[in-house]
Ligand binder design. Structure first.
Ligand SMILES: [Zn+2]
Length: 419
């Protein structure tokens, strides 16, 4: 078969070959092809393997030399709070003095200050700020991003955020998977009427569903935010309406959020720094991906999630950036991968699995993305490194040279070519 594009002279091609969710020991078992090629036609992968791919080359095939670089699937960042206004560097000093996040929140800072800025921002302001972040993510090798609302905390502003995500999906290369997260915090005007706010969130879910503005629903289940029983009510209703469901669970204290995620069949349970043994067992018996966010632990100076215990319990683990203005202000997803290795002691193969196929799976897109396989979207990344281990070793800089999205080279030599 003649392909439209053949990229050859790839030093190493790394991909998982397991069907997701990829759990436990299987996370450490990836395919590494040396001296490889990949063939693309109409945006899809039509061939790959060791050798030069001559069988795919015809008279009009474009051939590119990968110059011995390392190829991986496009990275999938399965947890971000992409769309928000403003920034919170003024809280950085408080954080350095050791003021806990829940205390900053009580003082009206933290998430509520971003909520005020986001409500006040115009659609275009939100769009421009998010687009800038997204292009940075793309340059770091990310081709699919989950993006949550949750800085509006009122139906009108939540809708504004989801509409920004919808427009970004039409105007630039990265695929966005939208998540409605009205239950990200209790807004100040409902401080004495939690029940009133939960009712507002529940009612708004129906409108969001009707308008097709989100694929999943997320709740921040944490001491001082939403209780396990409030989380359960919101997620059960979301599930009834046909949303995928996910939960911010056990980030600061163990409240049983991860156990609830397993019980309800959540696509992902996220954070899990404080997960208890009982809930590890519950997750092990489910298809819920344990979605770990080591950038947040790094920035807040908190413990890291127990990745080794979760993998030993045969759980499918994902890693994501948690990009947000309060607890992880960085679009450098390679740094997230580096923290997963350096701080959570994940192997390079486990890190790759956790940053490609497992997030592809919990986002409901693993038939299209997350691995190099015939028929999948030709989303892949070329790193200027001798092997993938090197990506986890040489930290804090951008090692990506080229990014391909559906077969189009969107980043070339580290720069944006096309949107
Ligand atoms: Zn989050």
């Amino acid at each position: 078969m003649n392909a439209g594009l053949v990229v050859r002279n790839i030093g190493e091609l790394w991909t998982t070959h397991h069907l997701p969710p990829v759990r436990g020991a299987a996370m450490n078992d990836v395919t590494v092809l040396k001296d490889a090629f990949i063939a693309v036609n109409n945006g899809l992968i039509v061939g790959f393997g060791s050798g030069s791919g001559d069988a795919f080359v015809g008279p009009v095939t474009e051939i590119r030399d990968a110059c011995r670089m390392v190829l991986t699937p496009g990275l999938v960042d399965g947890h971000t709070h992409l769309v928000h206004a403003g920034s919170r560097e003024h809280e950085f000093a408080l954080k350095l003095q050791g003021v806990p996040y829940l205390e900053i929140l009580k003082r009206g800072g933290g998430i509520l200050s971003t909520v005020a800025a986001t409500r006040a921002a115009s659609f275009d302001e939100l769009y421009d700020q998010a687009r800038k972040s997204l292009l940075r993510m793309l340059a770091f090798g990310v081709t699919t991003v989950e993006a949550k609302s949750g800085y509006g905390l009122e139906p009108k502003s939540e809708r504004k955020i989801l509409k920004v995500i919808e427009k970004l999906n039409e105007t630039q290369a990265v695929t966005l998977i939208p998540t409605a997260m009205g239950a990200h915090a209790i807004p100040a005007e409902y401080a004495f009427d939690r029940e009133g706010y939960v009712a507002t969130v529940l009612a708004d879910l129906e409108t969001i569903r009707l308008d097709g503005l989100a694929e999943s629903v997320d709740v921040f289940c944490e001491a001082g935010v939403f209780t396990v029983s409030e989380t359960k009510r919101i997620l059960m209703r979301a599930k009834e309406l046909g949303f995928a469901i996910r939960v911010h669970a056990d980030e600061i204290v163990s409240t049983g959020g991860a156990g609830l995620a397993a019980e309800l069949g959540c696509a992902s349970a996220d954070h899990l720094m404080a997960i208890n043994d009982k809930d590890i067992l519950a997750l092990a018996g489910s298809d819920t991906v344990a979605n770990l966010l080591p950038g947040t632990s790094f920035y807040l100076g908190h413990d890291y999630a127990p990745a080794r215990r979760l993998i030993a319990a045969n759980i499918a683990v994902g890693i994501a950036s948690d990009y947000n203005p309060g607890s992880c202000p960085s679009e450098n997803f390679q740094f997230t991968l580096q923290l997963a290795a350096n701080q959570m002691k994940m192997t390079p193969s486990e890190v790759l699995t956790a940053a490609t196929i497992n997030p592809g799976y919990h986002l409901g897109k693993s038939d299209r993305i997350g691995s190099i396989a015939i028929g999948k979207d030709a989303d892949f990344v070329l790193f200027d490194v001798p092997n993938f281990d090197y990506v986890l070793y040489h930290f804090g800089v951008n090692l990506v040279v080229d990014v391909y999205k559906k077969g189009r080279r969107v980043i070339a030599d580290g720069r944006l070519v096309k949107e």
